[in-house]
Unconditional design. Structure first.
Length: 581
């Protein structure tokens, strides 16, 4: 089925946007609709022009999305100047940074589904020829891509941009520095006046977080998937070029509609493999794994954790970016941005250069046209990478039968064996870290924070930042069925599937159990005899939902496991995904 109404299964055809507008213009029964449209300032001539929906995720609760009203006005201006009619509408967003370590963090991943649903509903309800989605903070980017894949309208995504870094005591700082100062401050190793001085300097204005965290990672990935013009999302939120980019995207939406450049024409398996390569080469957020899995599912593309592991193993980290590198989003864009990263990877044979994008240009053509700033040190050569090892690895084993994600951070090999310290939730683990009871060699296990158990798979940034801030991030391993912020670094393993709340092995771990991590063999094992685990069957029973009504309860009832992108699925999908316990 498509918006032109073609069906192969005998179901009723869906009228095209043009057919609906022709009814608006002449059908007697459309008189009330015409009256409403004329009340909005449209003229009868506008019924014959292309209509473009402009979805924003503006919200006044965070700095990330604050510029989107102005950008939407510029997109709408571009649409009008090129002969179309814009229709702006708004959806929601949730700030990961502001909700972190609060009950509100459980809503973050849930918001991805709500945003995608909202855009889909409006796009199905109105006769748009194309869509432009303006996004920024973490979940808004994949949500827009998911919606575009569902409705398959010609469409584009514009990331409204990252913020510039702040300056503190002669160096660039971001919100990462603030997070990593919390542990020392609470432990008394950093004066509170220093913390307050840092927090006032770290975030100097509007935009999403300034490093290679989830929002900037996803802004790059939707360019590589073909849903955004190359380099547009790299430009910072307050850069004076951004409004002109928005204006041009308004025109490009009409061009895409004229060319029938639907997402289904470029959201191919090759496009997703290119996006995975860029995720790894940039040292991007582990959230990118969840989101690419979810977008691929909406696009009907088969994608599995093994694809991430295979591509990660051959792709070095060539972008020297925070959280584990030296530079920030501003430096990346100035160096040459996503097009230059593509040039490096394409030149090394690590991309499918023939994959096309919404502009009509192929990935190979974008790579060839990249401009490199002389003397830049941000985007390295594949032969001279920023980090020689991979960005991530997919682990399986008795503790993660359906997979888990290790944030390698460029480490080539890693083995770690230690006793489990088990915590049923993030906050108790954090308290143990700051009170000094965590010892080198421990394997910290945080469970009950998965898609169902959380619900919403909250991020463990408070814990990972405390480990870094206290200088013990390379002395312990953290294992969880929750997920991590793009700001997180250290020896962290997340997305353990199946999660504890659905009876996964994580529910049967007890304090003192030996856990073994072996990156070379891609293993994560609980070293407890099978008969002993069977005797602990009761430990995995009786999950009590945190919410029994409302959106979080509905998400928990329908959420797939992390290896399926933690997306909402039909009941039979969810049941088939929980294969171990």
């Amino acid at each position: 089925m498509d918006r032109n109404g073609s069906r192969s299964d005998g179901a009723p055809a869906i009228p095209s946007a043009r057919q609906v507008r022709e009814e608006f213009a002449s059908a007697v029964w459309r008189a009330p609709a015409r009256s409403h449209l004329l009340a909005m300032g449209l003229s009868p001539d506008d019924f014959g022009k292309p209509w473009v929906g402009v979805a924003t995720t503006w919200i006044g609760t965070m700095p990330c999305n604050l510029t989107q009203r102005d950008l939407a006005a510029r997109v709408c201006g571009g649409i009008r100047s090129c002969g179309g009619v814009p229709f702006e509408f708004n959806t929601i967003a949730v700030s990961d940074g502001i909700t972190m370590r609060t009950e509100g963090m459980r809503t973050s991943l849930v918001s991805r589904e709500l945003i995608a649903d909202s855009i889909e509903v409006v796009a199905r309800a109105h006769p748009f020829d194309a869509l432009v989605c303006i996004v920024a903070c973490d979940k808004t980017v994949p949500a827009a891509a998911m919606a575009l894949a569902r409705v398959d309208l010609p469409g584009l995504i514009l990331h409204s941009g990252a913020m510039a870094p702040g300056r503190w005591r002669g160096r660039d700082v971001t919100v990462q520095d603030v997070w990593e100062a919390i542990g020392p401050a609470e432990a008394g190793a950093m004066p509170m006046r220093d913390l307050h001085e840092l927090e006032r300097a770290a975030c100097p204005g509007a935009g999403s977080c300034a490093g290679q965290y989830t929002a900037t990672t996803m802004g790059q990935l939707v360019e590589v998937l073909g849903l955004s013009p190359a380099g547009a999302n790299d430009v910072l939120a307050l850069d004076p070029r951004k409004p002109d980019i928005a204006q041009a995207i308004g025109c490009l939406a009409l061009d895409a509609a004229a060319r029938e450049a639907r997402p289904s024409t470029f959201l191919s398996r090759h496009a997703f493999e290119n996006a995975i390569a860029v995720l790894m080469a940039s040292g991007g957020s582990t959230n990118g794994v969840l989101h690419l899995l979810a977008i691929a599912r909406e696009a009907g593309v088969e994608l599995a954790l093994e694809d991430f592991d295979r591509i990660a193993a051959r792709t070095p980290v060539i972008a020297d970016l925070k959280p584990s590198g030296r530079f920030v989003a501003r430096d990346f864009e100035r160096a040459g941005g996503t097009p230059l990263l593509l040039r490096r990877l394409h030149g090394a044979g690590l991309l499918h250069g023939e994959a096309v994008t919404v502009t009509g240009a192929s990935i190979g053509e974008i790579a060839a046209a990249a401009v490199e700033r002389e003397g830049q040190e941000v985007i390295r050569d594949v032969e001279r990478p920023a980090k020689p090892g991979g960005a991530m690895a997919v682990l399986r084993g008795t503790l993660a039968p359906d997979g888990a994600i290790l944030k390698l951070g460029g480490r080539r090999a890693l083995t770690f064996r230690g006793p489990a310290r088990v915590f049923d939730g993030e906050w108790d683990c954090y308290e143990a870290i700051v009170d000094g009871s965590v010892r080198p060699g421990d394997v910290l296990v945080i469970r009950g924070e998965g898609p169902v158990g959380g619900p919403g798979m909250p991020e463990m940034l408070t814990v990972t930042s405390a480990l870094v801030g206290l200088g013990i991030d390379d002395q312990v391993v953290l294992v969880t069925d929750g997920r991590f912020s793009g700001v997180s670094r250290g020896l962290v393993i997340g997305h353990v599937a199946p999660e504890a709340a659905v009876g996964g092995p994580l529910a049967r771990v007890r304090d003192g159990d030996e856990i073994d991590v072996d990156v070379a063999d891609r293993r994560l094992d609980l070293l407890v005899p099978a008969d002993e685990l069977d005797a602990r069957a009761g430990d995995a029973a009786g999950h009590t939902p945190r919410y029994r009504r409302g959106v979080l309860a509905r998400y928990a009832e329908s959420a797939l496991q992390a290896d399926r992108g933690a997306a909402l699925g039909l009941r039979e999908e969810r049941d088939s995904a929980v294969r171990h316990g």
